[in-house]
Each structure stands twice: as C-alpha cells, then as structure tokens.
Design a protein around this ligand. Structure first.
Ligand SMILES: *Cc1c(COP(=O)(O)O)cnc(C)c1O
Length: 442
C-alpha cells in the first residue's frame, strides 16, 4: 500500500501571537512545564478545540493527537456521550459542597472493576491522590520512609520529586529546590525492575519503610514494562516487611482493560491511585483500598485529607459517562488492535530507516526510544538520543501528527483513533525517518 504523508507548510501566526501573550503572563507560557516544548524545540501549540482523535490549533491546523491530554482522553476528544453528560450536569449546578449520588455511582463502577478497592476517596488530581495515599500509608504503619522507582512519576508532591520521570526527566531536574532536605531524605529510590535493590533498601531501613509506590507499567520515563515477577516481588517484600504497596494507576487505570493493570499482574495493591481516565477529561482522581486501611481517613480516622471540589459533580458525570462507554463490547480489543498495528508499523519503518531505536509498547501505550539498546529502567531510557527524538517530534508535527513533546513520555492511542489514522501515522513516521536519515541533526 502506498500511503504518503503530506508535509504542510504549517502556518501558525495566530498561535504564535497568543503564545507571545501567554509568555508575558503565564510562567513559560504554560500551566504545566512539558507543554512548553523546551526539550523538542519549535513553537508550542495553542489549541482551540478537539474532536475524536484530532486537535485543532488556533490557526485551524488539524493535528492527529497521540498525547490525548496525557492519557486522560481514552475516548478521544468531545465524545458525544461525555459531552452530553457534562452539559446536562452543568445546568443543575457545578459544585455543591455536599455528597451527591453521582459520587456513589462512580465509586461503585470503580470498586466493582478493581477488587482491591473496597472504599475510595475522590480528589481532584493525581498528585493529590498519591500524596494522600502516602500520608495514609505513613499514618497506618507509623513509619516515615517511602520507596519509589527512578523515572516513575507520581505527581508533584514534595516526596516524589527526586529522580522522577515525566517533566522532571524532560527538563533534567534530578532534585527539586524547595523540597526540604529532611523530607527528601525520607524518599528512597530504586531502579525499576530491580528487586535486589529493593531488598537492599528494606534491609538498610528495617521497619522504617511505610510504603513502596510504583507505576505497574512505567509510562513516565517513556514506556517500560514490568518484568515477570517484578510486581509480585514487590507485593511479597512489602507484605513480609509490614509496608504497604501503593500501585499508582493514574495512567494505567482503565487503560489496558476495564479495571487496573495490577489485576493483569495478579497483584493486589494495599492502596491504588487513579486519575486521568476516571475523570473523562475533567479534574477527578482517587485513592482507595481495603475498608480496614481506608477507615483511617477522616472523618472515620485521624488521617486528614479534604477538598472543596473533591467529587465534583461535573467531573463525576464525565467519569461515569466515560466508564460506561468503556464497557462497550470490543472497545478494548479495537484499541489494542490499532495500537498493535501502530507499533508494528513504527518498528518496520524504523528498521527500514537504519536509525537506531526501540519501540517499547504495551496495550495503547508506546514510546520510541532513540537508542540501540533495550530500555528496562530509567538509566537505559536516559541513554536515548533526545536530539533525535526532538527532530522526530518536529518532523511528525509538520506532518500533522502530535506526539508527546518529550522522549520520556508515552504516546497514547485512544479508542477514537481509526485504522486510517494509524496508517497515516506510520506513513508520516516513514517519511520523518527518511528526512532524518537524509539530513542528520547536528
Ligand atoms: C499524571 C500522573 C500523576 C499526577 O496526576 P496529576 O493529575 O497530573 O496531578 C500521578 N501518577 C502518575 C502515574 C501519572 O501519570
């Protein structure tokens, strides 16, 4: 099949003008660092609207979107059922400061899908969910240390900002100023997929580690799958040591199937954090676990955590509508099939080009690392040629395909991406690789 991609002479005059205004008044012109395109160069996007798999910038250019709000938009943009639910709810008021039946409904959908969650607390961002889960783990175990993995990202709470993935990896921030040293010292880091390192840290900090927090599929250093036995090993070590296992499913919750990734690994988390997909594109996130643990949270227990907009009715409606769509027969199969085609196509195109690279992928998550060596942890990921990635990103963007503006992020396929979208993406990648091979970056 001969599909060629078109390389537009993209005109972004209005976007440029808006971004110039943004830079004067928003820090870096953005409200979240990676949006500024610092590591890939080029002009940051200004988006006006989205529809299905597409975004449209302020100049009317259509972009095939593989960022999908960093994974939140599993159904694509402006899905009619989600939009309708939000509009209907908006007419009834948007925040009450009291419980609604909607919270009970979304909680039921989530707890039925994820057996390790008996009770849940809704919050407004993934950061709040992980921060609260760690506080709860410390409160329950009466221990202070936490153990995380290099290159994993758990939001921007103080405890998570050392050797973290996502924007910190992108900007090369290994330690964040503003985090008190005494607090930073309570966060231990191990390489992902390295159980012996975890054992060593537990031996060094006997009876002091409150929790291990892990992404069950790492997706914030680029995609890195857990090796066989890694998650089960963490479950076993934490159980034996009296620590809790927090599985951070903010990306993976409802992405791989109608439930959490921990179920695929046959691991029961003590606490699970969710975000992104469960809010259907509105600010909702959650943490949950057994009733016995969750009952330590206020008002039943003394571990305090609250939120003015927590369980927000608009967000609950968007989440409920999204999860209901996700129960449609064949939805995840279709998503897997398009993702599989995309990944195979990228691997083929990469091999033909002779450019050194690896496509790490699972389900609808994928990352093309520009390195000849396999990537199984953060040190491996950091070996990739980020200049090559930047070039690839810009070549793809010029062909109307929007990938994550960083080597250390995932491409997110949505259920709205069609077979034709994928074919077009592969063609764009083939042409991008050709351009890169013909005129290597200096
Ligand atoms: C995005 C993310 C978070 C933080 O969620 P926010 O809503 O951005 O605060 C936490 N953990 C993981 C695994 C994430 O991908």
């Amino acid at each position: 099949m001969s599909v060629t991609s078109t390389k537009f002479k993209v005109q972004r005059r209005r976007s440029r003008e808006i971004f110039e205004r943004a830079e004067k008044i928003l820090v870096g012109g953005v409200n979240s660092p990676v949006r500024a395109f610092r590591s890939v160069g080029g002009q940051p996007l200004i988006i006006e609207r989205g529809s299905g798999p597409y975004l449209y910038d302020a100049d009317g250019n259509e972009l095939l979107d593989y960022v999908c709000s960093w994974g939140a938009m599993l159904l694509g943009h402006a899905h009619p059922a989600v939009t309708e639910a939000i509009v209907e709810q908006a007419q009834r008021g948007t925040s009450y400061g009291a419980t609604t039946e909607l919270e009970v409904e979304l909680a039921s959908l989530v707890t039925e899908a994820i057996p390790s969650i008996e009770k849940i607390r809704f919050v407004s961002s993934g950061t709040e969910a992980t921060m609260s889960a760690v506080r709860l783990a410390r409160g329950v175990t009466k221990r202070d240390f936490i153990l995380k993995f290099e290159g994993c990202y758990h939001g921007h709470a103080d405890s998570f900002l050392s050797q973290a993935g996502s924007g910190l990896a992108t900007l090369g921030i290994a330690e964040c100023p503003g985090v008190p040293q005494v607090l930073a010292e309570l966060t231990l880091n191990a390489p992902y997929n390295d159980l012996p390192a975890v054992e060593r840290l537990f031996a060094q900090h006997k009876d002091k580690i409150a929790a291990v927090i892990v992404e069950p599929i790492a997706a914030n250093m680029g995609v890195v799958e857990p090796e066989a036995g890694f998650l089960l090993g963490l479950r076993e070590i934490t159980k034996r040591s009296g620590a809790l296992l927090i599985v951070d499913e903010v990306i993976t919750g409802f992405r791989m199937h109608f439930g959490a990734a921990q179920q695929l690994a046959r691991v029961e988390a003590d606490l699970t954090t969710l975000g992104k997909i469960i809010g259907g594109g509105l600010p909702a996130a959650a943490y949950g676990g057994s009733a016995q643990i969750m009952n330590h949270v206020a008002p039943l227990g003394p571990v305090y955590q609250a939120g003015t907009l927590a369980g927000n009715p608009l967000a609950m409606r968007a989440g409920i509508a999204t999860l209901k769509q996700l129960t449609r027969a064949g939805l995840y199969e279709g998503l897997r099939e398009q993702s599989r085609r995309l990944v195979e196509g990228l691997r083929e195109a990469l091999a033909e080009s002779g450019i050194a690279g690896q496509v790490n992928a699972t389900g609808s998550l994928a990352t093309l690392f520009f390195t000849a060596l396999p990537v199984r942890n953060y040190s491996d990921a950091k070996r990739s040629d980020t200049k090559q990635y930047a070039r690839f990103f810009r070549e793809m963007l010029e062909r109307g395909v929007f990938l994550a503006p960083s080597q250390f992020e995932a491409a997110f396929v949505s259920a709205a991406h069609t077979s034709r979208n994928v074919t077009r993406t592969i063609a764009a990648a083939r042409d991008s690789f050709k351009a890169m091979a013909a005129e290597p970056a200096t």
